[in-house]
Design a binder for this molecule. Structure first.
Ligand code: GDP
Length: 440
């Protein structure tokens, strides 16, 4: 996410971070570089200029030149300004109505249907919400099919009417359907076109007028850069939407849209899409995004993801096993599965402070665990629970069965032994013992 921008900002600020003596000249030079980095990321010219002016004002106001750690203060000022540029606090969505109606708008291909599904899944997980997805694209039968596929996958009901070519009527009938069927959130997916045109704008404006949504969301592909901002303006003029959904942030986006949209249309980014899978979305937190852009990671999101997957009952069972020295390869496999549920490896690594940058060119794919899993799958139940039985001939068999080498099997065994030891020590409150082990 925003690798290029992160790199350039890092380089720009590096000069100040390392300098013993900071002068007004190198502050000005740094800000010039910061502005260049923003422009390269496709940030709107006016936004970039105002941004650096504000940073400069703050820097001079706080007397950066006379503080003990001017580099750090500059980074903080840039971080705060990036956060406020992207909207300051996280903005929620209005779910007050019964049903609360959410209207999705945006160009074709922006990710509307995918995000409608993601949002439905997200709300469904909140237990108190029973969403209904509504297909209002009367031009492309495939779009209706797509929504039904998404609905089936998420086990969320979908309302469509292939006989009707009036989207306003469909949307209204869907809301009535929701009321009689106990759906308390209605997500209306609408038709998009490849570019902004009058007919599409009139149609969505009519739907908007007729159903008076609690939330009108504008979905935009973050890879489209400056265009994203122009499209946002056009839709906002007609719909006065409530928030923006920025999709495809997992791709090689330069980040311009994320940084310019708020200042151009004055509407917050509410969610981001980070992949094609139905759970690849996040609430947008400006300050966490600023941290990520500045290579500071996003520990808060990482911990939250871990907590979402954390199962107290499982954890207790695991603790007992560790205490009794019964931690085996099946448990190891279980742990891997839990980690995998937290998201893609690249995404997770990006949240670790410093790691994103250090590992930026390392190709970590989601198959990282495949070899390990294959090895474990090739073990017999006995070998999984009692790894000590693994002699040379068994290892040879496992390597062959899993398509790996004996070295790889040995390496996994070594890692497993170390991990078991470490867990045992942590269990016994042996923080000190562990320190000794690490130092030895
Ligand atoms: P719509 O025409 O606006 O409804 O767009 P779709 O929901 O059909 O999405 C268009 C394409 O973008 C599909 O291939 C989606 O799988 C893909 N897509 C949507 N959101 C994301 C995202 O956050 N990341 C990635 N990588 N692909 C996405």
């Amino acid at each position: 996410m925003f690798d290029n921008l992160s790199d350039k900002l890092d380089k720009a600020l590096h000069v100040l971070k390392g300098h013993g003596q900071i002068t007004e000249i190198n502050v000005a030079e740094t800000l010039k570089e910061v502005r260049r980095a923003l422009l390269d990321a496709d940030v709107n010219f006016k936004t970039a200029k105002e941004f650096t002016n504000r940073v400069k004002e703050k820097a001079l106001g706080q007397n950066v030149l006379t503080t003990l750690q001017p580099g750090q203060l500059m980074v903080k000022i840039v971080k705060d300004e990036l956060t406020s540029l992207m909207g300051g606090d996280a903005a929620g969505i209005d779910l007050s109505g019964n049903p609360s109606v959410i209207l999705m708008s945006g160009l074709q291909g922006s990710g509307k249907t995918t995000f409608s599904g993601k949002l439905a899944g997200f709300l469904k997980n909140k237990k108190t919400k029973k969403p209904l997805l509504v297909a209002c694209d009367v031009y492309r039968p495939a779009a209706i099919d797509q929504l039904h596929v998404v609905g089936e996958q998420l086990e969320v009901d979908v309302y469509s009417d292939r006989e009707n070519n009036n989207p306003v009527a469909i949307a209204k009938a869907a809301i009535a359907h929701a009321k009689t069927n106990g759906h308390n959130v209605v997500i209306v997916d609408t038709a998009g076109r490849l570019a902004v045109d009058e007919q599409m704008m009139t149609e969505i404006a009519n739907i908007h007028k007729a159903i008076k949504p609690n939330e009108t969301l504008f979905v935009v592909d973050s890879m489209t850069g400056q265009d994203a901002v122009n499209t946002a303006k056009a839709f906002n003029d007609v719909l006065n939407f409530d928030g923006v959904i920025l999709t495809k942030l997992d791709g090689d986006t330069r980040g311009g849209a994320a940084l310019s949209i708020k200042s151009v249309v004055n509407k917050p980014i509410k969610f981001i899409g980070t992949g094609e899978k139905m759970d690849a979305m996040d609430v947008f937190y400006p300050s966490r995004m600023a941290d990520r852009i500045l290579g500071m990671g996003d520990v808060v999101s990482l911990v939250e993801r871990a907590q979402e997957q954390f199962d107290e009952e499982e954890a207790r069972k695991l603790q007992k096993k560790i205490a009794k020295n019964q931690f085996g390869f099946d448990d190891f496999l279980n742990q891997i599965q839990q980690i995998k549920k937290m998201g893609s490896m690249k995404d997770l690594i990006g949240m670790i402070p410093g790691a994103g940058k250090a590992l930026k060119d390392v190709d970590v794919d989601d198959d990282a665990f495949k070899g390990i899993e294959a090895i474990i799958f090739s073990m017999t139940p006995e070998e999984r629970t009692t790894p000590s039985v693994l002699n040379a001939s068994r290892k040879k068999r496992i390597a062959k069965g899993s398509g790996t080498s004996i070295q790889e099997v040995n390496q996994l065994l070594k890692q497993f032994t170390q991990m078991s030891k470490m867990m045992k020590m942590m269990q016994g409150g042996g923080g000190r013992k562990m320190m000794q082990m690490m130092n030895s």
